[in-house]
Ligand binder design. Structure first.
Ligand code: PNS
Length: 204
């Protein structure tokens, strides 16, 4: 039987740490699906399709790795794609408690499904998508933290934000930009307030 695993996460944005784990996972599983959670309650920097494109490009060199999106319970998705395992990365002891809770809850929901933890290279042990977003948004360099493609995408986001005098350009803002080109005043007013609320809400 083929050993199939999913690697679920937010990947907002995908980092070198994620890529490191994907490489490790691809060596111990016959098939690995990188599964991006579509979470309507989260306010991501990158849309799901942007994240999917980045991950597809990052993983193009692995024959047994594919990228997909899902919503709802991770265990239900794992069952649907007939995976036997969930792959998760543990960087430091601080990850352990949350990951243990999640793994045990997933086991309660679906006892036949195993969670497999792997550690990324030590040089990525401090790296998280949240910190990458923060450093990029404040104008710091992220070159060694994410693949070049992601550096470019982050730059594009920050350029858009700077052009419009924002500190934050979210995944849903491209629609607003398009509207703004057509009707500048009408598009700008409601979004200004909305973005203020968004940046107050963003945590992870
Ligand atoms: O990259 P992240 O944000 O740490 O990934 C967290 C993720 C997506 C794996 C987790 O939030 C998840 O599995 N969400 C799907 C909903 C679900 O199954 N919840 C119960 C988990 S115990």
């Amino acid at each position: 039987m083929k050993r199939k695993a999913i690697y679920p996460g937010s990947f907002d944005p995908p980092t070198n740490g994620h890529l490191d784990l994907i490489e490790r996972g691809s060596k111990i599983f016959d098939e690995l699906i990188v599964a991006i959670l579509r979470n309507p309650e989260k306010d991501p920097l990158f849309s799901v399709s942007e994240r999917r494109q980045m991950l597809e490009s990052m993983t193009g060199g692995f024959d047994n790795v594919s990228v997909d999106t899902f919503h709802g319970l991770t265990v239900d998705y794992a069952l649907r794609v007939e995976a036997q395992a969930i792959l998760r990365g543990i960087r430091a002891i601080s990850d352990y408690e949350y990951e243990l809770q999640m793994a045990l809850m997933n086991r309660k929901l679906q006892p036949g499904l195993e969670t497999v933890f792997m550690m990324p290279a030590a040089k990525y042990s401090y790296l998280s998508s949240r910190l990458v977003r923060e450093v990029a948004q404040l104008g710091g360099p992220v070159d060694c933290l994410v693949p070049e493609l992601v550096v470019q995408k982050l730059r594009e986001k920050m350029d858009v934000a700077n052009r419009f005098g924002d500190t934050y350009a979210g995944a849903h803002d491209s629609e607003a930009r398009a509207a703004e080109r057509v009707a500048p005043e009408r598009a700008r007013e409601p979004k200004t307030q909305e973005r203020k609320t968004k940046s107050r809400k963003r945590k992870s």
